[in-house]
Write a protein that binds this ligand. Sequence first.
Ligand code: HEC
Length: 204
Amino acid sequence: MRQIIATMAAIALLGLLGGAAFVYTGVYDVGADEKHWGITYRLIEKVRMQSIRAHAADIHAPGSLDDQDRVLAGAVHFATHCAICHSAPGAEAEDLAKGMYPEPPALTDAARDWKPRELFWIVKHGIKMSGMPSWADHGDDQLWNSVAFLKKLPTLTAEDYNRLVAAAKAKGIGHQMNDMPMNGGDQGTKTTPNAGAEGLGHQH
Ligand code: HEC
């Protein structure tokens, strides 16, 4: 019996030393360009999925998410705050997004993978260690608008999306209307007025 305990203690000590060596030698590569091993990735995915499902279990949507004004407001919110990372229908992913790890996915399938309450939880709380921000300070009502829009997103073409954002603009819905990027219309966000004239700025 004593021998078993001694062996177990030795194994535990080795484990601790191994863990400490892993941390303090800096051998682990935290670079965003160094992908996770397949098994690590699958484990993180599973933890993320189970966590979101469990935490969203008791959330209830306030009425209908098919309400057109909600969808319009959600489209504006998406164009203003989300498209930079998740890209809009028909638009190429930005360099910012391409360099992130995990790379922000296009949200075209999000509403098929997640229930509305789960989308709400994700947008409200964000996702740790991933770059997905928490938008809790935008208020629950606005975030339900985003969910209403995300529910429509799987069926939207680039033209549908532009039409929605333009319709919202015409109705005066949303904020920061003037610098709201639409796809194909993002010149406003990309040009750097003076740098271009002097041949500075980016070369692609
Ligand atoms: C700074 C970049 C960034 C911004 C801005 C951003 N996100 Fe994300 N988002 C991410 C990243 C990165 C992930 C992937 C997280 C992961 O895989 O763990 C993500 C994941 C998600 C997911 C889960 C997708 C899935 O299928 O698992 C949803 C839904 C989402 N974001 C919605 C939004 C909405 C709505 C907005 C705007 C209000 C937004 N995001 C703004 C970076 C961003």
